[in-house]
Write a protein that binds this ligand. Structure first.
Ligand SMILES: Nc1nc2c(ncn2[C@@H]2O[C@H](COP(=O)(O)OP(=O)(O)OP(=O)(O)O)[C@@H](O)[C@H]2O)c(=O)[nH]1
Ligand SMILES: [Mg+2]
Length: 352
């Protein structure tokens, strides 16, 4: 799972990347890649319960990209090549005011959103046109391209209406036909608006209503963050951090919500393994079966899968131990067709 972080120059992409991945970087206009933890109160609570030697969160790979430069140079092949490869996009939009950090087009969050959206649509459009031209030549020789051509024409209609391809309802078969194209406006998108302290306190920034309304209509999650404040919060010890956040009227840094929203937006869920050595979160897709979950740990466990021992996170926290859950009849043995639920605490019986 790889997530690209994009946005206008000097919007706070690298700051966001550093917060997500805990990798310290100076400002700089280059591509950075690192793994970031997905914050989860459940893994923290399980870790307190078991006091293991090691606690391991679910992780996602984040890619910090250079900023758009109003179509000058940066949107070249390298840039688009990296973008084609990611599973989802975080778009960082600048709202913060600063005398020292220049904003290319002034502070206009909705305007910036529209511009980036346009750029992505244009990239998809040129990909589509190239493909359509090539297919027009193949057409009389090969009839199998007909179905694909039909879907591509649907895509063209959407782009011609100035809309992202995400808005297009396709059947599974149709999806399969165009999966290989890696259209940018088909990728799940999450918007992170980067606010300054005053905007955070007053819960307001320029063009807020327009932006939020538009994103709501497009079903795109919009999360307020504050790069600078959250970097400061990171430097504090836990008690001071809590006090500072209380004072700001927030329960947790926005960045934690960004990470979790990306995770959920991609249809990902966590199951846990617990013990004295390690408490660990594992990532599976919604709808995955118990053997598929076992396969995340080791392919041998998937191959030799016999049964999964399952308890729910909530029940485990309520009763405090798996032994108690056995006594209460809340301990389950599940077979190979079992669909994993978010928060399942599992161990596997297998033979190899
Ligand atoms: N005042 C203020 N400054 C910020 C905030 N977030 C980031 N900055 C500053 O803005 C500058 C740019 O931040 P970066 O995170 O490097 O932005 P970027 O989008 O990665 O920039 P490029 O990669 O050059 O396009 C840095 O000097 C940051 O310290 C914020 O919330 N408030
Ligand atoms: Mg940067």
């Amino acid at each position: 799972m790889k997530i690209g972080i994009i946005g206008m120059p000097q919007s706070g992409k690298t700051t966001t990347f550093s917060l997500l991945t805990n990798v310290k970087l100076g400002a700089g206009n280059k591509t950075n890649i690192a793994m970031g933890k997905i914050p989860d109160y459940r893994i923290d609570a399980l870790s307190k319960l078991y006091n293991p030697k090691k606690t391991t969160h679910a992780v996602i790979e984040f890619v910090d990209l250079p900023g758009y430069s109003n179509g000058q140079g940066n949107n070249g092949r390298d840039f688009l090549g990296i973008l084609a490869d990611v599973d989802a996009l975080i778009l960082v939009i600048r709202a913060f005011k600063s005398d020292t950090v220049p904003a290319v087009n002034g502070i206009q969050p909705f305007g910036d959103f529209n511009q980036i959206q346009q750029e992505l649509q244009i990239a998809d459009w040129s990909l589509l046109e190239t493909r359509l031209e090539r297919m027009a030549k193949q057409r009389n020789k090969d009839s199998s391209v007909e179905a694909e051509l039909e879907v591509l024409n649907k895509c063209r209609e959407i782009l011609e209406q100035d809309l992202p391809l995400r808005q297009l309802d396709l059947t599974q078969d149709e999806e399969r036909l165009i999966r290989g194209y890696d259209f940018l406006t088909k990728k799940p998108l999450i918007v992170a608006v980067n606010l300054d302290e005053e905007q955070m306190r007053t819960d307001s920034y320029p063009e807020k209503n327009q932006l939020e309304q538009d994103l709501l209509e497009k079903n795109i999650p919009c999360i307020a963050i504050s790069g600078q404040l959250e970097a400061e919060i990171n430097e504090l010890d836990e008690n001071d951090a809590v006090l500072f956040m209380e004072e700001l009227g927030i329960q947790e840094p926005g960045i934690a919500r960004v990470a979790r929203t990306v995770y959920r937006h991609l249809g990902l869920i966590s199951f846990f393994t617990v013990g004295e050595d390690e408490v660990r979160a594992w990532t599976v897709r919604e709808g995955n079966t118990a053997p598929e979950a076992a396969g995340k740990i080791h392919s041998d466990i998937e191959r030799g899968f016999i049964r999964a021992e399952v308890v729910g996170y909530e029940e485990l926290m309520e009763y405090g131990s798996i032994q108690k859950l056995k006594e209460k009849g809340l301990f389950r043995l599940e077979g190979k067709d079992y669909i994993v639920r978010d928060g399942d605490v599992m161990s596997f019986r297998f033979n190899v």
